[in-house]
Design a protein around this ligand. Sequence first.
Ligand SMILES: Cc1ncc(COP(=O)(O)O)c(C=O)c1O
Length: 404
Amino acid sequence: MTTKRVYLDNAATSFPKPPRVAKAMAQFSFDVGASPGRGAYAESAQARRFLDAARSSLASLMHEPDASRIVFTLNCTDALSLAIYGIARHWRRRSTPVHMVTTAMDHNSVLRPLNDLAADGVSATHVAAASDTGLVAADDIAKAITPATKLVCVVHGSNVSGTLQDVKAIAHRCRSAGVPLLVDAAQSAGHIPLSPASMGIDLLAVPGHKGLLGPLGTGALWLGPGMETLVDPLRTGGTGSQSENDVHPKTLPDRYEAGSHNTVGLAGLSAALTYIETRTIEDIQTHEAALGARLLDGLLCIDGLRILGPQTMESRCGVFSVTSPGVSPTQFAAELEGDHGVLSRAGLHCAPLAHQTFGTLNSGGATRLSLGYSTTMDDVDQAIEAVEAVHSAAHARRAAILVP
Ligand SMILES: Cc1ncc(COP(=O)(O)O)c(C=O)c1O
């Protein structure tokens, strides 16, 4: 009997996508094909409708009445870069000192831009997280804010430990200090309801291709009211609007969407968002929470296995990383796949400071299992059995070496 392959790398990208995603992309490619806003003919108008539908659906998922506050990007990295470099550029052009605050749980999509900007004189503070839970104290963020702080950037759900930060408490501290808050929702968008305005967030970066179930190559940045005056565009060029003007339009969303769109991808994202709308985000959240509780329970029963981050489902999303003494995360993942058909992701997960926080930076990181909307209880049970088997086999190998 062949082992069923169980995809548990939804934190990298969701798979499989709802079938309507590929259908919408094919329909766009075969029947429409034109670029939105680049012609008066029917196909261009139809392409514009695909683009508008994706924007409206994403706005409505975020409880944002003004869809133009959603700007499309290539992925979550691109959305984070737009916010971080855009704000730095705004203040550097005014010769104002720039300091930014982030956390030890943040992804390289935040750490690398901040390191890159250091060469331009932008300073940064990385607020530590608790080494057991990965939680960052909102008060520590408040303490890191200085008069020069122009942005606080915090990851919502950790792609290493699944830790969910208390974004509302952090937002409250940022509001009191008058500093905008950028939230990286790479692991929470599409998994749990998010309404950035009522959470006190100013900028929200999301990938289209993870929990939002769209194709790779899609993402978005939501800009709260007034943020467009603080985030300078990084690209200018053609928009199909205001063609008489050789200065880039200031109006949203064109201000940040220079060049032809990934309209095929956005047609797929639009279809994915209708899937979420129909099923409801609350139903997906309930489903994934039940899967997570089962997986966590199962993993906690495996003697000697370490699970990074919170040991309960409180303050957690569907990302679980484990380490097993004496076996490298890479080998663990290879055995999970080779012997049990379970697909995981081993290593440092582009989050070196998070692994440093958990003490796993110098031992190859961890092996990560991440759940999705289409994961089943059977998949979870197969994963628990697989982890137990690989862990026990490693333990037996170690014991055999130790006993002469
Ligand atoms: C927490 C976090 N932030 C940002 C990103 C970057 O997302 P993307 O691959 O869409 O650029 C990821 C991707 O894994 C992530 O997990």
